[in-house]
Design a protein around this ligand. Sequence first.
Ligand code: PHE
Length: 379
Amino acid sequence: AAASAVEVGGVKIARDDVVKEDDPTNNVPDTIFSKIGLQLHRRDNHPLGILKNTIYDYFDKNFAGQFDKFDDLCPLVSVKQNFDDVLVPADHVSRSYNDTYYVDSQTVLRCHTSAHQAELLRDGHTHFLVTGDVYRRDSIDSTHYPVFHQMEGFRVFSPDDWLGSDMDGTAYAAADLKKTLEGLARHLFGDVQMRWVDTYFPFTNPSFELEIYFQDDWLEVLGCGVTEQEILKRNGRTDHVAWAFGLGLERLAMVLFDIPDIRLFWSNDKRFTSQFSEGKLGVKFKAFSKFPPCYKDMSFWINDAFTENNLCEVVRGIAGDLVEEVKLIDNFTNKKGMTSHCYRIAYRSMERSLTDEEINNLQLNVREAVKDKLNVELR
Ligand code: PHE
């Protein structure tokens, strides 16, 4: 059974204040509440803690301890902190109940560590790193999990920094940002293929993503850019410029430690946890055994409210970490205008073989829950 309360950074969080099944302004399930307070990034023998500490080392070495570090800030934040303070537009998709976990209409589980930029700036910090668990409703596959960990970096420059150069403040900050993050990537990976991609974030301009080549694919590992003036102005740093980045610790750790599935980070199995030790970055994970996946298909007529994220939440609510992937494999609309979706669910434990009986039961329960909670018509 889930604990009834947890404490994070001195803030006590009661289960009943976060999970409110009958409240339409709340969409936090127990599976999510049960992750709050675990703070995998604060375990020095866990891949995420090892990675965090290695990034700390890079900044300590290159910036003479100027970066202030935070890794215990409460993940429950206001809508203002998570969105308004970083200029996320009122109609941006990330604000939707489909993408973000809302505790009530004014409170969310932070969906990014950028939620802390404004308060730390106001508190006078000019160089800081914020590491924490972040929460996003999403679909299910080997690189997506509704709770993951980010590290935010932020650096403020004053006019003195760029006036001696031949660049304006923005160009100066952008150049420093890229240099700093390329240095970090080399510190972590040595030699790895990487590329910069132009992108958009509401809080930075220009904005970039860094991608790293992994398992035959380009993997997005961080977003970054030059902070919007408005954020600096509102928080006591008029006439300054700044850069910011937010990196996904799991994405980097999967590459560095050869961890094939994001669910493994949550495993308490000694065969996983004992493979990692403090200070040892990049020890390659040895799979204890490969258990076969089992695939089950289910088809239903969707309704207007249907979303894949809602489906995935229901599936995880029943199957927990035994579900590896939920994938749309067929989609058609009949003459009456009814749309049918067929999803293939992959079940696999990272720790043991599943029996046919267990999987059949899971699938039956998933079908029931999908029918009841999503009001779709099973076929
Ligand atoms: N908050 C962004 C995300 O979660 C990452 C980011 C941080 C981008 C800081 C730019 C600057 O995707």
